[in-house]
Design a protein around this ligand. Structure first.
Ligand code: NAD
Length: 506
């Protein structure tokens, strides 16, 4: 039985290698979504704190040990950080659960996998190779070198706080940038704990800074700071739009990882038991609070009734409860505004004409009354033009849509403003190979769902974002290409052709 600490921890900002409170000494509460109790107090960084952090990162970028460090040495620091995360995985996972209420099993899995990002990008640090182009002019050598962009602002959401920050941090550091991280106001603790490991790993002061605070205040001050060169943002549409507009003002480089309304498509030739599990994992894992949630389930008409029956029975068997306990399947909703949004969307679905065949209400009872729980909810008779099929809920709400042919499935799947991910359940080899190319989404899974890897670029088409994280592609997103021309031939021609002495004399 897991025992939660009773004391309320007061956290500090991590700036230029030092721990400090916010300049105006203000804090906000972080609430454990399961107990409903305040468990930590988080500093609310002011614009002045943001300025100090960005200037520290700028100093570390332009001079000092980090600026002079070889890429191989940088890579070794990333390796060491990976080892320290592995040694502290349980603590980090526990902190995340206290902040966002996701299952400990899932957060532990994430934390144990997290070092791979530092090993992969640590290894890549000294393999960022430029190139020499073929000679095009006599005596002129041209080569391309890749250089870090500068100071990166890394802004992350609450649903997978460390994973989504590390997707930015590891490639940004491997490429030689410095970073100011702003975690979500709902989940700052794990990032601040990670900051303790930066020192231990040997990162010089100022290379990584962590400031905490509200998005529209601290986050806004960060993305508008003139010394920020690159913004890496994961979050919702409103925040993403604000960040993109702020970046546009001074042409800051930007990547955005935003929301989704991903289709999970079940064909009649699917392995049905796997497809049921995949549909449930796609939407009810993490109580649907994941950007890649398979929130639109497209089921072929020939298997529709039997499939929905099995799905409802399986989803209905989920055990809701304390996310720290190993036998819990679904934990609480992370925040009161998120809970309210989900409840509102249940009404939107009903008003739109969808039929609720499972859940559709708050779950209460023993072990469920301190937190905000929503029963796994399934709507049938959904058409793709309904709001419940078009708008991101970020909760345990599944909309099922019937289709007849593969062409119709493709048309429905792509008929959305988003394009983050898609799932296909089929045993037909041709379909498994050919269909992914027809789906307008950054990731397509066949007979799987919610698989990510440090090796695999992740990001969205359309409104789901700009740019890619993970894999070799991601490191390019933290580099500038520079062309260098070297002329080895003496006797540079005069730019003023008509007044060349030889011409005048001749
Ligand atoms: P959010 O946009 O409210 O907040 C995300 C982060 O942005 C937080 O740190 C917040 O403080 C900050 N922020 C908000 N407004 C800002 C502003 N104006 N300027 C600067 N910073 C600002 O999102 P959330 O509620 O924390 O997370 C849920 C959303 O994130 C969902 O839409 C989900 O789909 C998306 N998400 C996307 C991915 C992905 O990889 N595509 C992954 C996880 C979550």
């Amino acid at each position: 039985m897991y025992e939660r600490a009773k004391t309320v921890e007061k956290l500090s900002l991590y700036v230029d290698g030092q721990w400090r409170p916010a300049s105006n000494q203000s804090y906000f509460d972080s609430v454990d979504p399961y107990t409903g109790q305040v468990w930590s107090q988080v500093p609310s960084a002011t614009a002045e704190d943001v300025d100090v952090a960005v200037r520290a990162a700028h100093r570390a970028f332009t001079s000092g040990p980090w600026a002079e460090m070889t890429p191989t040495h940088r890579g070794r620091l990333l390796y060491r950080l990976g080892d320290l995360i592995a040694a502290n995985a349980e603590k980090l996972g526990e902190l995340e659960v206290r902040d966002n209420g996701k299952l400990l099993a899932e957060m532990l899995g994430q934390m144990r996998y997290l070092p791979e990002w530092f090993y992969y990008y640590g290894g890549l640090a000294d393999k960022i190779e430029g190139s020499v182009t073929p000679a095009e002019r006599p005596g002129v050598t041209h080569f391309i070198r890749y250089e870090p962009i500068g100071v990166v602002a890394a802004i992350s959401p609450w649903n997978s706080p460390l994973v989504l920050t590390v997707w930015k941090l590891a490639p940004a550091l491997a490429a030689g940038n410095t970073v100011v991280v702003k975690p979500s106001e709902y989940s700052s603790a794990s990032m601040l704990y990670l900051a303790k490991l930066f020192d231990e790993a040997g990162f010089p002061p100022g290379v990584i800074n962590v400031i905490t605070g509200i998005g529209r205040e601290t986050g806004d001050a960060l993305v508008n700071h003139p010394l920020i060169d690159r913004i890496a943002f994961t979050g919702g549409e409103a925040g993403g739009r604000a960040v993109y507009q702020a970046a546009a003002k001074s042409f800051k480089r930007v990547s955005l990882e935003l929301g989704g309304k991903s289709p999970n498509i079940v064909f009649e030739d699917a392995h049905l038991e796997d497809a049921v599990k995949g549909a449930v994992a796609g939407i009810f894992a993490a109580a649907g609070q994941t950007c890649m949630a398979g929130s639109r389930l497209l089921v072929q008409d020939t298997i529709y009734d039997a499939f929905v029956e099995r799905l409802v029975a399986f989803a209905g068997s989920a055990k809701l409860g304390d996310p720290m306990q190993a036998d819990t399947d679904i934990g609480p909703i992370a925040t009161p505004p998120q809970f309210q949004k989900i409840m509102d969307y249940i009404e939107v679905a009903k008003a739109g004409g969808a039929t609720c065949v499972l859940g559709g209400e708050r779950a209460t009872g023993p072990g469920l009354d301190t937190g905000l729980f929503v029963k796994p909810t399934i709507f049938t008779n959904v058409t793709n033009d309904m709001r419940i099929a078009q708008e991101e809920v970020f909760g345990p709400i599944l909309s099922i849509i019937k289709f007849r042919t593969e062409d119709e499935a493709v048309q429905i799947a792509n008929d959305t403003a988003y394009g983050l991910a898609a799932g296909i359940w089929t045993q037909d080899l041709d379909r498994a190979i050919n269909l992914p190319a027809r789906l307008r989404a950054g990731t397509v899974w066949v007979n799987a769902y919610r698989v990510v890897s440090y090796l695999a670029p992740f990001g969205g088409f359309k409104n789901s974002g700009i740019g890619r994280e993970n894999g070799k592609e991601a490191i390019r997103e933290y580099l500038e290409a520079k062309s260098v021309f070297i002329n080895t031939k003496r006797g540079v021609p005069s730019p003023f052709v008509m007044r060349l002495p030889s011409v005048e004399q001749g």
